[in-house]
Design a protein around this ligand. Structure first.
Ligand SMILES: NC(=O)c1ccc[n+]([C@@H]2O[C@H](COP(=O)([O-])OP(=O)(O)OC[C@H]3O[C@@H](n4cnc5c(N)ncnc54)[C@H](OP(=O)(O)O)[C@@H]3O)[C@@H](O)[C@H]2O)c1
Length: 297
């Protein structure tokens, strides 16, 4: 598969990190509930190797996936890492033995999290670290993140982190962080049916900051829509490919990190970069968010 099928490149602001717009999210490589080892470790390794062989050079991870296991699989599958591979990780949570998701946001937690990532990924420095605010589970909540961002900025000065991003944050929290340090990416919940960040995406695009939707396919409850299925049928594509292509059409600062534990789904997702959506099709897809809002109210 050539680079062209991954729908162009993006360079993170103020960096030399240039990546394909379609990357890979590694969360699905851990066991059920993102906890413990995968059922088929060999398949997890194969998915990562196939992704990189196909041209993917942006992998999203966290040391709290597993915990530790996803990063260890990345290490096993890809180390020594090919030049140009950008691994983006995140801090802000921990997974106690009961499998729950707990905040890990003290200076000690964040520093230990950086060292966990470095050790398990086999790196001397982390390309990009997102501070993942734990406000609400899959949505942001207002409140200061200055203390945590300041810790990350210190770790950047020490050379352990090259660039800083944010996750699960509001526009006000982005602005607060930018007063402390440069922010190169924002990773929030966004997809065809979940459009809360439309204005934030435009604002970040104006600044050259990447917007990286998590749950691009709907996450734990994959997107289902008769409109999406009808469009996909008409284009000879799958609904998931249309959902990803729609994101690529939304804004040039959107980078994709669809997650999958399957080689077949990986191939399908990477091929979404080849889909062109006409203005009429885009208008039709707009109706999905409107219908979702109508159902919720
Ligand atoms: N910052 C955060 O708070 C946060 C939160 C969640 C996720 N993330 C990151 O974002 C990435 C993407 O999110 P996600 O993995 O949770 O959700 P997602 O990409 O929206 O969807 C993943 C789900 O879709 C299925 N899937 C993937 N490709 C498919 C295809 N072509 N056809 C049918 N089903 C398909 C996967 O199952 P199969 O395994 O069977 O393919 C999995 O159940 C994660 O991997 C993670 O790196 C970040």
């Amino acid at each position: 598969m050539s680079d062209a099928t991954l729908d162009g490149r993006f360079t993170f602001l103020g960096s030399s990190l240039a990546i394909q717009r379609i990357g890979y999210g590694a969360m699905q490589l851990a066991g059920p509930g993102v906890f413990g080892p995968p059922k088929e470790p060999d398949v997890a390794v194969a998915v990562l190797r196939k992704a990189v062989a196909a041209g993917v050079n942006h992998i999203d991870t966290a040391d709290f996936y597993g915990p530790h296991i996803t990063n260890q699989i990345i290490h096993q599958a890809l180390h020594p890492y090919p030049s140009g591979l950008v691994i983006v990780t995140k801090l802000g949570a921990r997974r106690p033995p009961d499998g729950s998701w707990q905040p890990a946001i003290s200076p000690q937690d964040l520093t230990a999290g950086v060292h966990d990532n470095l050790r398990n990924l086999g790196l001397d420095a982390l390309d990009i670290v997102n501070y993942r605010a734990m406000g609400a589970i899959h949505g942001p909540k207002e409140g200061s993140i200055a203390e945590q961002v300041t810790v990350l900025a210190d770790l950047k000065r020490k050379g352990l982190i090259r660039h800083i991003g944010l996750s699960n944050v509001t526009a006000a929290q982005v602005a607060e962080a930018q007063a402390i340090t440069d922010v190169v990416c924002v990773q929030n919940n966004y997809n065809l049916a979940h459009r809360h960040d439309d204005a934030l995406i435009d604002d970040l695009a104006r600044q050259g900051i990447a917007y990286v939707p998590f749950f691009p396919l709907g996450g734990f409850t994959p997107l289902q829509s008769s409109t999406l299925s009808a469009v996909a049928r008409r284009l000879g594509a799958t609904p998931m490919q249309v959902a990803l292509a729609w994101l690529l059409h939304q804004s040039s600062n959107i980078l994709l990190i669809p997650g999958t534990s399957s080689v077949a789904h990986l191939r399908e997702n990477l091929a979404a970069g080849r889909l062109t959506l006409s203005p009429q099709t885009l208008a039709e897809l707009e109706g999905i968010a409107a219908a979702t809002v109508a159902v919720k109210h």
